[in-house]
Design a protein around this ligand. Structure first.
Ligand code: NAG
Ligand code: NAG
Ligand code: NAG
Ligand code: ZN
Ligand code: ZN
Length: 495
């Protein structure tokens, strides 16, 4: 008001200008935030708007049931930190508005893959711990190295219980009747002590990352590993949902990246609100409606703490990876054309997966890396078949048609593996199979169980032996099964 008085000599113009500077919601207080042209909010109204959006997103989708344990994946970045704040706010509400699920936090420490020193990692983990302790929620700190030791059960898609809309209502009723709402704020603070990472594990992880020859493949691998570790942790700790902090900008970038990487068949799962590729553990993305700008304003106005952690392409050149290039493309376009992100984002909302009815719960139809359904059984006239054909043609003659790397071909490496059948056929019959059954799966064996995009990723790796044990043993299991099926195929009735 003082300012208005000061500029008394231009009353009319000032009034006009200040009218347009008022908050569009309460129309009284001066706006402090301009999200889009015409969308101006004062501090309080922006707070309400932001919080309402979060609750509306959860309410609309009705995927998180009351009393359910939900794991919040927090990286320390602006989006996931803001998500954590929203959940905190949700628990400080009056009883009937209070969130009804049981939150826990998880942080995946990727320092080992990025080549950070133990001291750097310790500092980051300590900062994250401080941030998590302040929330009072239970939390888990996981070094990415742990993904190398998870059992192959993570690969097996557990059946998801069908959850109808009526089931949600029933769960709410049950929840209210039992009056467990006071238990919702978790009392036990299971703050795990800083993880002890063996140097050998970090070494293996580095080997895995270094085996990928391109940054594109490395980034792809890293996000798959992170996801598998999150799902595994959720399962072990009894969480049934994982909440990811992907913002609108991130999803727009993700959409274009997925297309560029040949993941067209998985676009919907990669970008939708909920992602059920892991069956019993469902990932949700409640921040997908927020633009980066909104989040940045919110975090600034309401002092949401963030911890900066570098990622694989933090200091890399723009064209170093498809992911990085797409990100800078979208961001640059967004500067001049502010509806870029929202246009791409709205496209993602319309996508749906054409769901094939796979009644045979064999799990063999899922990609070993990304767990999406395999998109490789396509007709002859496809990009995939064309790639295979040109690969086959460019192979040296003596190498098996589907083996990519000569040195991994048993015939070349000089190991007895795979060669037993050539000499005496007898012991093979007695064993019930050739001794190639006992060798580790090679590149061709692993590739067979990957989707088109993940095949490209693995093609960029110098060796598959460095992949986490759970992936290799699942590949072997499937290999065993399909061999067994071949052996008895004469006795099977046709489908
Ligand atoms: C949005 O997501 C991207 C990608 O994860 C991230 O780099 C960026 O910091 C986020 N922006 C905000 C403001 O949260
Ligand atoms: C899938 O199965 C359900 C019943 O189990 C059936 O109603 C639906 O039509 C099937 N969809 C396709 C594409 O076969
Ligand atoms: C595959 O079969 C071999 C030999 O039959 C066996 O040693 C191996 O444990 C099996 N692997 C899996 C994952 O079932
Ligand atoms: Zn207002
Ligand atoms: Zn895949």
């Amino acid at each position: 008001m003082c300012q208005v008085l000061e500029e008394y000599h231009e009353p009319l113009e000032q009034e006009l200008r200040s009218a347009s500077k008022k908050c569009v919601k309460c129309k009284e207080v001066l706006a402090v935030v301009v999200i889009r042209a015409g969308d101006k909010y004062c501090r309080d109204c922006f707070d309400q708007y932001f919080r309402h959006k979060f609750r509306a997103m959860l309410g609309k989708n009705r995927i998180i049931f009351p009393g359910e344990k939900v794991l919040l994946a927090v990286s320390g970045g602006p989006s996931s930190s803001s998500m954590l704040r929203q959940v905190q706010e949700g628990f400080s509400q009056s009883t009937h508005k209070k969130l009804r699920f049981m939150p826990g936090i998880v942080y995946v420490d990727e320092g080992g893959a990025l080549g950070q020193s133990a001291e750097e990692r310790r500092q980051t983990v300590a900062k994250m711990e401080d941030m998590f302790k302040a929330t009072g929620f239970p939390f888990h700190m996981l070094p990415l190295e742990q993904v190398l030791d998870i059992p192959s059960s993570v690969m097996v898609k557990a059946p998801s219980s069908p959850q109808a809309a009526s089931a949600y209502k029933a769960a709410v009723d049950r929840f209210i009747r039992n009056g467990v709402s006071s238990d919702v704020t978790p009392e036990e603070k299971v703050g795990t002590s800083p993880p002890y990472v063996l140097e050998s594990q970090t070494h293996s992880l580095r080997q895995l990352m270094d085996s990928a020859k391109t940054l594109t493949a490395r980034e792809d691998l890293m996000s798959m590993l992170r996801q598998q570790l999150l799902v595994h942790t959720a399962r072990c700790e009894g969480y049934s949902k994982v909440m990811l902090g992907h913002n609108c900008t991130r999803l727009a970038v993700q959409l274009l990246t997925s297309i560029s990487l040949g993941r067209g068949a998985h676009l919907a799962q990669d970008t939708a609100f909920s992602d059920s590729r892991y069956g019993d553990i469902i990932s949700v993305r409640p921040m997908r409606d927020y633009s980066a700008k909104e989040i940045a304003y919110y975090n600034h106005l309401f002092h949401v703490p963030c911890v900066f952690t570098p990622n694989l392409h933090t200091k890399a050149k723009e064209k170093s990876s498809i992911q990085h290039l797409t990100e800078s493309f979208v961001n640059k376009l967004q500067v001049d054309f502010p509806s870029t992100v929202s246009t791409i984002y709205r496209t993602s909302e319309k996508l749906q997966t054409a769901c094939k009815n796979s009644s045979s719960e064999d799990h063999c139809d899922k990609c070993l890396l990304c767990m999406c359904s395999l998109d490789t059984s396509v007709e002859m006239a496809s990009a995939f078949q064309a790639t295979l054909m040109s690969e086959r043609l460019s192979q040296p003659k003596s190498v098996g048609a589907n083996s990519l790397f000569p040195r991994e071909n048993p015939e070349w490496s000089g190991t007895p593996a795979g060669s037993c059948c050539k000499g005496t056929g007898q012991n093979c019959v007695e064993d019930g199979g050739c001794s190639s059954a006992f060798r580790l799966p090679d590149t061709a064996d692993v590739r067979r169980w990957l989707c088109y995009s993940c095949q490209l990723t693995v093609k960029d790796m110098s060796s598959v032996d460095v992949l986490p044990q759970c992936i290799l043993s699942e590949a072997q299991r499937r290999q065993n099964r399909s061999r067994m099926r071949e052996e008895i195929s004469d006795f099977l009735l046709d489908d």
